[in-house]
Design a protein around this ligand. Structure first.
Ligand SMILES: [Mg+2]
Length: 352
């Protein structure tokens, strides 16, 4: 990789002697295009071949000190995560990823190799899920770094799955496991940057490299099983009320059914609390008409992330209940809220 010629052409420090043309030229030459990308990085704007489907657009931003810490992750993992959280929002609509752009604001002391690694993460096929990087912007930040991605996808058969389609009687499902990312965050906050056991490594990986459930979202859209869907970015106890409010229903969750990450108990966490309040799982939460549920469970492909029924929608107006053995109590909203809560505080705790 390190030929003297390449090293000589590479800017050494990002923005101190910032030569934006040189950096975008360098990145553009190393960003693969696709058959729908008529003009990619390097002109004033990208030119994309339209699709016959509906276009689905989302933006998600990662802010240093709030959403990530540079000393807790690698630039490559950060690039992959920044893309994955956007692909997760497309998956949550049942849309297929096509393109994305990235806007970066970076402190002047960031070395160019950090940007190079971030870019490698951004175009990593495992996170980009077939989407092409088609443009972006680069600026200097006097505080921390900011990575803002806008992703564009297409619907399946001109249908999208909104949060508002749920009806009383629908069964609620989630993909994967809940609370694993928050278990990883708990390790980071305790100063454990590298896992010592397989479970610790799994939790840290879930936090650093979440996997967007694109194939699962598209499968649900193709087969028409889900009539309401969203992704779990802020925790079930925060996200599910959003789906309930949009659908005009309440939800009842059976805590005994929620797919947990029990290993978190080994480092002092309550797996159920992590699953309900933790956030950043990027799993899908969806409502399925009761009559369709047996078929869904029967034909769900084993190659996809497993799905688990966790409860149901009932008549109401946006509240969530923990229900067990015929009694129920309200589930307080404990997930991450950028303006209210402290799961990911702006000044994260230092290593003990
Ligand atoms: Mg979302």
């Amino acid at each position: 990789m390190k030929s003297p010629g390449r090293a000589a052409r590479e800017p050494q420090v990002m923005t101190r002697s910032m030569d934006e043309d040189r950096i975008t030229g360098w990145l553009g030459a190393r960003t693969p295009g696709g058959s729908r990308v008529l003009v990619g990085i390097g002109d004033d704007a990208a030119v994309l071949r339209p699709s016959r489907e509906h276009t689905v657009v989302t933006t998600d931003m990662l802010v240093e000190g709030v959403d990530f810490r540079r000393d807790w992750t690698t630039p490559r993992a950060l690039g992959r995560k920044a893309v994955a959280v956007n692909m997760s929002d497309l998956a949550a609509m049942g849309a297929r990823p096509l393109f994305f752009t990235v806007a970066l604001a970076l402190p002047p002391d960031i070395p160019f190799r950090w940007v190079r690694e971030l870019h490698r993460g951004l175009i990593d096929p495992a996170s980009a899920r077939g989407a092409h990087l088609v443009g972006g912007d680069l600026s200097r930040s006097e505080a921390g770094g900011v990575i803002s991605i806008t992703a564009i996808g297409e619907s399946i058969g001109r249908r999208v799955i909104r949060r508002s389609g749920g009806r009383a009687g629908d069964l609620l499902y989630v993909t994967g496991t809940l609370g694993r990312s928050a278990a990883g965050l708990a390790l980071l906050r305790a100063g454990r940057l590298r896992g010592r056991t397989a479970a610790e490594r799994e939790a840290l990986r879930a936090h650093h490299l979440p996997e967007a459930r694109c194939a699962e979202g598209v499968y649900l859209a193709i087969h028409g099983f889900a009539r309401a869907m969203m992704d779990l970015s802020d925790g079930l106890s925060t996200d599910l009320p959003r789906l309930c409010a949009a659908s005009g229903v309440d939800a009842e969750i059976d805590p005994g059914l929620v797919p947990l990450f029990p290993a978190a108990r080994r480092w002092g966490c309550d797996p159920l609390a992590l699953a309900l309040d933790g956030g950043e799982d990027y799993e899908l939460l969806f409502a399925v008409p009761k009559a369709r549920a047996p078929r869904l469970e029967k034909i769900w492909p084993p190659r996809l992330a497993p799905i688990t029924r966790i409860g149901r929608l009932v008549a109401g107006s946006g509240k969530v209940w923990l229900a067990k053995d015929g009694s129920r109590r309200p589930l307080p909203r404990g997930g991450y809220d950028h303006f209210l809560s402290s799961v990911r505080p702006p000044t994260a705790p230092s290593v003990p």
